[in-house]
Design a protein around this ligand. Sequence first.
Ligand SMILES: [Fe+2]
Length: 374
Amino acid sequence: MANELTLEQKRQLFHDGYVVIRNAISQDLVDTARARIKAAKKGESLSPAPEITDLVNKSSVTPILQDAMGHFDPPSRGQVGIIKQSQPGDQFTPLGYRDKDLPYFGHTLHAEGLFTAPTPQEQLQGSPDDIYRQMLATCPTGDIGRSADVVGVNTDPLFQDPEMTLAVGSFTAFVIAALNDQSKEGCGQTAVVPGGHRVLTAFYKWQLEQGGIVGPEGPGWPRFNHDAPNRAGHVYLPQAVQDKLMSLNAEQPDTTPDGRAWPKPKQILMEPGDVAITLFQMPHTGTRNEYGTESRKNMIFRIRNKARQPNVVVTGVSDHPDRGQMGEWLDFEPGNDPWQKSKHALTNMWTEWEGMQDIVAQETPNLEPVEFGT
Ligand SMILES: [Fe+2]
């Protein structure tokens, strides 16, 4: 197994925002992880199980990522991303639409690191302000109003910083390790929009230049979509970003029954032992496992270049490591402004990819810049 990406793979990562490494994990490690999942007791969390974290810590993923990105904390936890087989359902999803009405296998295309409130299963009533208050009040933190202390059902804070200027948690790279056959579409694959990383980072940059909030509630990005059927859909990607993502694809996009078009994500087809690495900025989604012969098993790790915050240990599951897992406030030494650093990383997506600098320098001049607000 190679211990670094080839030049071609680095070029792919640069242009598409993700790369699939075939057989990055040995059959032995795959078998051991699968056996551990099979042996799990009901309700047991396998997140810290060595059989899961070994998929990164004892495979070629570690040297590959150290070469392309740089130093990082070996994950002590992973997200055990299991999607059971299911058919299109009636339930509302966080986008505020019924699962069966969303195209692309019930996609929930999103930017990573965003607050999510519980999904109302009936249409909410009242003004947009009323609905905003209701949504926050149903979170685990209770009815405390609009504040950076509000934490969603996905453990993401409403805002990262006390001043409420940053509404996106961030890290550097996703590692997605496949433990089952996902070589045919419709088996619950993780899906991404190739090239979408450049669009999202350009939007964050535009927001930062406007001043104010970066992320939802900032310029051009309302928190909720009150036109969704339950009147409280999360806006996981601003409309301007969705429009540009749709323009990347020559195919006509699919729509929900209300006529709204949605950007089409591409399913990442993998076999056991394959690994996808994506940039943090990549718009992505899980999908419905409609045709699989077993549950979809992707072990997902969230990796941050250690240089961002050398004194903070990143576990591998959190998408908001500037706060504790449940939104706790961390102590930073004077002069270390984590919000500033994270805004910089969000808007300069290659700075934390130390082994990509030659490719970035070579390839950037050939790119058509992505711009907003012009
Ligand atoms: Fe995500």
